[in-house]
Unconditional design. Structure first.
Length: 123
């Protein structure tokens, strides 16, 4: 039996796949930041409307983005250490909020990554 898929989810997946194909490393990092920020925003929205399934899926997408960012860190310098620390703290926050959701913590995390993403884009 075919799995039913939400049209919005299908569109998001097609958009993601199209953007990944041919993207350079910097583009991929920015894409991960975008998806992390969007997933955290959706989790906050889902919590407001009491949609536990959507909140759970959104937190899972956020963890996936964080994992991709962590896997992309290379080198053994202070920048790599700082990024690893940042991503580990973000992972802990998301995991903690998957057990006991705190929209303020998720909102702060979202804002932080939104600001970093903007800085990476040069604006």
């Amino acid at each position: 039996m075919l799995r039913q898929q939400n049209p919005n989810e299908a569109y998001r997946r097609v958009d993601f796949d199209a953007r990944v194909n041919g993207a350079g490393p910097a583009d991929l990092v920015h894409l991960c930041y975008e998806h992390l920020v969007a997933a955290l925003g959706t989790a906050i929205h889902a919590d407001r409307i009491n949609d536990n399934g959507l909140r759970s899926r959104s937190l899972t997408r956020a963890l996936t983005a964080i994992t991709a960012l962590q896997l992309g860190v290379s080198g053994e310098n202070s920048m790599a250490d700082a990024l690893n620390h940042l991503y580990a703290a973000a992972r802990r926050t998301v995991l903690d909020c998957s057990l006991s959701f705190d929209s303020r913590q998720i909102g702060t995390l979202r804002k932080d990554f939104e600001e970093i993403g903007r800085a990476l884009q040069g604006g």
